[in-house]
Design a protein around this ligand. Structure first.
Ligand code: KG4
Ligand code: ZN
Length: 376
């Protein structure tokens, strides 16, 4: 959600040292620790997510429980996320959600072997709530804690499903704040191949939906409306596909849609037809660039994650494209495409198992380049 962050560069990293204690039990770097039950906490924006990931179990069974509380209703009347309201609501919801998730997993708090929390990128106040709770729990339980990069969480989410792909592969990260193509050479080793020069794909969905009078957040609603639309009635540009390169630009497309909507009869059917034309343009653009990225990286496995990864047409289109290349497209189940605690528990578990954890301080990084992450 980088578009929502405070521009003040001082917020690049926020650290509050609460305890000057030795790091509790946990392995040394490079030593894989078996059998960890990791509590994951996500609070980077407007969803409070909690999960327990059990590294002793295989495939999707390893996710013992997960719960998400969405703040959509809270922010709806403002037409977007209000950071202060988001932080306060995380304060209200986080501990009850931790209790609920542990109960669903059939575990007591003492059964937790490690805690993972989103340390960035995101809204500074919202991140601090999750980091504060995670750090306090880890300290009280004397277990290690690790700060997870939110986008790495999204990127690794498809690996929680059965029959997960192995690196190297290309990841398409499509959320409300990001549209990125990333070459994944190994877990923790990421190379940015291309990204949006302006709006993120999810942001384009949300803004286009708003222009056509759909309530916030419009992305999923616009996709639902597009189901009723007739393909081809409106045809919009496939931005930046007529030249080489792996970057994206979606803001011009949004303007094209605005003009088409203004000049139309604004009937229900027209709205659906425009929604379909818009969705087809975004899906085809993403698919063209994914195919190019696979070629550039020399692989035929594409992993898709982030909120827009829940889009049915995008899933079908990328599946077709990957199969044509003799490869595969891997997605998390739709509920794990949007923000959730499961992806944070999983990404954190991989790092904790490798002996990686952070010193005992509340430490968040609202702006954070994924390429700077250490290898696992
Ligand atoms: O990953 P996410 O939950 O939050 C961020 O980290 O941004 O992504 C949210 C974004 C929103 O822009 C939302 O409109 C979009 O994902 N989204 C969709 C669909 N479901 C969620 N966009 C298109 N089609 C969908 N089915
Ligand atoms: Zn996200």
């Amino acid at each position: 959600m980088d578009k929502l962050q405070a521009p003040n560069p001082e917020y690049g990293q926020v650290v509050c040292v609460l305890w000057d204690l030795p790091v509790p039990r946990g392995g040394d770097r490079g030593v894989i620790i078996a059998g960890m039950r990791v509590l994951g906490i996500e609070s980077s924006c407007d969803e409070t997510g909690v999960a327990v990931y059990d590294t002793d179990l295989a495939g999707s069974a390893a996710l013992r429980a997960h719960a998400v509380y969405s703040q959509i209703a809270l922010h709806a009347e403002y037409g977007g996320v209000v950071p202060e309201l988001a932080s306060r609501d995380h304060v209200r919801k986080l501990l009850p959600l931790v209790r609920q998730t542990l109960a669903e997993a059939g575990l007591g708090v003492g059964d937790i072997d490690g805690v993972a929390y989103t340390a960035g990128p995101g809204l500074v106040g919202a991140l601090l709530v999750g980091a504060g709770v995670a750090r306090s729990l880890a300290w009280a339980l004397e277990v290690p804690a690790v700060g997870v990069h939110h986008m790495e969480g999204h990127l690794l989410a498809p690996l929680m499903e059965d029959d997960p792909p192995e690196a190297p592969f290309v990841a398409l990260l499509v959320s409300g704040g990001h549209t990125q193509l990333v070459a994944v050479d190994a877990i923790g080793q990421y190379r940015l191949l291309g990204e949006t020069l302006d709006d993120a794909a999810g942001e384009a969905f949300d803004k286009t939906a708003k222009m056509m009078g759909l309530p916030y957040p419009g992305g999923p609603q616009l996709a639902r409306l597009a189901e009723q639309g007739t393909p081809g009635v409106y045809r919009f540009a496939r931005p930046m596909t007529d030249r080489p390169g792996l970057d994206f630009s979606f803001s011009g497309l949004k303007t094209q849609v605005l003009m088409a909507w203004r000049d139309s009869d604004q009937s229900e059917q027209t709205r659906a037809d425009i929604a379909r034309g818009f969705e087809d343009a975004v899906v085809e653009t993403l698919s063209i660039k994914c195919e190019r990225a696979l070629e550039a990286a020399g692989t035929n496995v594409i992993v898709v994650a982030g909120g827009v990864g829940a889009n049915k047409r995008l899933r079908a289109r990328l599946q077709q494209m990957a199969e044509r290349l003799g490869g595969r497209a891997c997605f998390p189940r739709p509920a794990l495409c949007t923000d959730n605690g499961a992806m944070i528990a999983f990404a954190g578990a991989l790092r904790l198992q490798a002996g990686q954890h952070n010193p005992p301080k509340v430490d968040v990084t609202p702006r954070w380049d994924m390429a700077t992450l250490p290898a696992v």
